[in-house]
Design a binder for this molecule. Structure first.
Ligand SMILES: [Zn+2]
Length: 161
């Protein structure tokens, strides 16, 4: 089977899971999502354009445990309540997903340095403004689904021990 076919299948699977998660969480959190989709991103697991109420998720999430995917979905949905990664944001996360830190660590392959150091979801499309640090966009070979997943909200350097 061609890589593209595999990827298409994985994306479809991911979409099914994400649809279920949003259907479950959005009402519980009291938010509405206007649009969402799967989009390859180099440095982020997900983004949320608060104004457009639109969420993008990284296809590489398919290679991670469902608990991690749920964490990213809830994280992005939380941005509809609080745009910044501030205390209020984390308070929402604690309320919705008390073990989110564990899931985040798991997603990012461990030993996190502390806090949700995310600078990352910054966004071109006006999404929530975690500005700067945007790295140059370097195209990755297509079809790399999982080998080295981008790090959403955490840091680029998380690779280093
Ligand atoms: Zn975020």
């Amino acid at each position: 089977m061609a890589i593209d076919t595999v990827e298409a299948w994985l994306r479809a699977e991911l979409k099914t899971r994400v649809a279920a998660l949003i259907a479950q969480w959005a009402p519980r959190m009291g938010v509405t999502v206007a649009d969402w989709g799967i989009k390859r991103m180099k440095t982020r697991w997900g983004t949320c354009n608060v104004r457009a109420r639109r969420i993008w998720l990284n296809p590489a999430l398919i290679a991670h445990p469902p608990a991690c995917l749920e964490y990213v979905v809830v994280h992005e949905l939380t941005h509809l309540l609080e745009r910044h990664h501030n205390a209020r944001f984390h308070a929402w996360m604690d309320r919705f997903l008390p073990d989110w830190r564990t899931r985040q660590a798991q997603l990012n392959g461990q030993n996190q340095r502390g806090s949700f150091a995310e600078k990352r979801h910054s966004p071109r499309d006006g999404a929530h403004p975690h500005r700067s640090s945007s790295q140059p966009i370097v195209a990755k070979p297509a079809n790399v689904i999982a080998t080295e997943p981008p790090r959403c909200s955490s840091t680029e350097t998380a690779n280093q021990p």
